[in-house]
Design a protein around this ligand. Structure first.
Ligand SMILES: [Zn+2]
Length: 302
């Protein structure tokens, strides 16, 4: 797919590629494909300056202000079967943010992608034909997953605490999981693919700064979610990209830079009427959230 094109490029080349990518290419999922149609003026900024790994406004707040962090006190009352999970940290990373579209300079600046590559801080994400936005969907699902996992005694950190901010940058999203020493981290997105295509995708890094052990653990996390997506989400493995729902990628900063097990879920294709209907319904979102939560729990129970 065209979104695989942006590999091994210099920051300048990245800018050219990003501008050339169509609205389909994913999602951004960090892929930078949903790049706002606006100009990438900020791309000329110092690539490293933006690294933002420490500067993103949302990062520190995200890690400390998660309202849920303290809500896990009832964990002691969690069912005995979950006792092994108590106290473990899970990071949920809802893709994009509601303010990205109106802050092109901030989200278009280049940040490290890992292994010497750079990409845009973030993108706007995709949306359904009726305007239902990926960032909103991702945040809604993340809150459902969070509530579910907290009930099971886990501590959950979100990479953003509302749907009105900007970013954080994709490299910072990885750093939040790393700094929390998360037992598992999952990015939540929806794709913007061809209207005839549908289904979920589980994106995995082919190479991680965390080493091969993290790549293997992340794959086990993907396998766990594959089972629960098949059983519970209402979505099938993608029929238009990847292989049986799995998609190895080398251009996802949030995965490349993770030193904890992490994958990115594309929870259906918002450009497909059937997937969009599921994503837009409260029932559908609950199914998807349950699949994510149960997949994480299965992985942690291994
Ligand atoms: Zn996305």
């Amino acid at each position: 797919m065209m979104r695989r094109k942006n590999r091994r490029h210099t920051p300048a080349a990245a800018t050219l590629l990003l501008t050339a990518i169509t609205a389909w290419a994913c999602a951004a999922c960090g892929g930078g494909t949903h790049a706002a149609p606006t100009v990438f003026a900020a791309a000329s900024e110092s690539p490293v300056g933006g690294a933002g790994s420490s500067a993103a406004p949302g990062s520190s707040a995200s890690t400390s202000a998660s309202p849920s962090a303290s809500a896990s006190s009832p964990a002691a009352a969690a069912p005995a079967a979950d006792s092994g999970l108590s106290g473990k940290v899970v990071v949920l990373d809802p893709g994009h943010d509601g303010g990205n579209e109106t802050h092109p300079a901030e989200i278009n600046r280049l940040v490290p992608q890992g292994f010497g590559q750079y990409k845009a801080c973030d993108t706007t994400g995709t949306n359904g034909d009726d305007g239902y936005a990926e960032h909103q969907f991702a945040f809604q699902v993340a809150l459902l997953v969070k509530a579910d996992l907290e009930q099971r005694g886990l501590r959950v950190i979100l990479t953003r605490n509302d749907d009105m901010g900007v970013g954080p940058c994709v490299n910072v999203r990885a750093a939040i999981g790393n700094n929390a020493h998360a037992a598992a981290a999952v990015s939540i997105h929806a794709d913007g693919g061809p209207s005839g295509g549908h289904g979920y995708q589980l994106l995995e890094a082919v190479q991680s700064v965390g080493g091969s052990g993290i790549v293997s653990a992340s794959h086990r996390l993907a396998v766990a979610l594959h089972a629960t997506f098949d059983k519970e989400s209402g979505l099938i493995p993608s029929n238009y990209v990847g292989s049986d729902g799995y998609e190895p990628r080398d251009d996802i900063a949030g995965l490349n830079l993770s030193t904890v097990p992490k994958i990115l879920t594309e929870c259906g294709n918002m450009r497909n009427a059937g997937d969009l209907a599921l994503e837009e319904s409260a029932t559908g979102r609950k199914r998807i959230a349950r699949a994510i939560a149960d997949g994480i729990l299965a992985f942690l129970g291994q």
